[in-house]
Design a protein around this ligand. Sequence first.
Ligand SMILES: *Cc1c(COP(=O)(O)O)cnc(C)c1O
Length: 359
Amino acid sequence: MKNCLKKLFRSDLLTLEPYRSARLIGGNGKIWLNANECFSPPSFNLNNFFFNRYPECQPKILLEKYSFYSGIKQKNILVSRGADEAIELLIRAFCIPGKDCIMTFPPTYMMYSKISEIYGIQNIKIPLINNIKLDFEKISLYVQNVKLIYLCRPNNPTGHLLNLKNVISVLDVVKNDSIVVIDEAYIEFCEKNTLTFLLKKYDNLIILRTLSKSFGLAGIRCGFTLAHEDIIQILNKIIAPYPLTMPSIDIAIQALEDTNILVMKNRVSVCNQNKLWLLKKIKKLSLVNYIFDSQANYILVNFFYAKKIFNILWNQGIILRDQSHELSLKNCLRITIGTKKECELLYFALKNISLEQCK
Ligand SMILES: *Cc1c(COP(=O)(O)O)cnc(C)c1O
């Protein structure tokens, strides 16, 4: 890098590792099972053909629709450019660099730590015990300067649901000294487990949602924050004036119409059936060490020789997500549930890999 520019940048950004999204890692795939996207895209036409006007910041009809869908009042909802923007807005709203911290529980969604790093906010990482359980001793020990606690439920990449009693304990332990954010990006795959019912009781609880996964709309970038109206008001002060494009708003509104919610629910149920089929099949393979319990549209599998298997499949155009960069997930690959056909092709590809080939 040119020295004259180098001295101008924030020095901490020079060594920052960018977020390695599935899209960035790429691959030459025929079968994409690496980004937890939905396998059958819903198709929409735009209702609006003119784009000379700026869109509404918080489109009234969209809020109305999401309110109806979620059972949460409009004044308790913020819509943003994906849940990722909400993760960022919360850090900007609650944390002062060098003073406040966030807390996360790896292995979990990487964006919490990436965004905190970009803002110069310390992230206190409390590893999950055995990759599933919250460590209360450590949480109590380190929670002092923590403003935001990010819990992902179901958790990405493990797919498991953090125990409900434990989540409530976190809310009770931190009282009103920290905000607890529950990321429900995958909640439609196990809808009964939503924690929206806790919003009435806890002013410091925030729930994140998205249209990217179960709704099959990752491409339109639309997410929701559900929280106390005071929180929504502050977020409205700092959000970009036009966070969503008009085509996104148009499509999001259609996706939340009754008939399309039914389509989404049917797709979720097909996805869950495909998951059961795939689990039953690959459980028996000698390459598989163990499989994590999953309530989402992906499964995390601990393989013998994961790297080798990842590469063999990659070369066949079947793209999975390697999770072995995470210390406790050595030899783990995350597999997004695809169509039945894709699940079958993956199973046959795995079945054809011999242990000898891997050694
Ligand atoms: C995919 C994902 C998101 C991002 O959602 P967008 O609305 O696409 O930004 C947030 N949280 C988790 C846990 C995810 O897996």
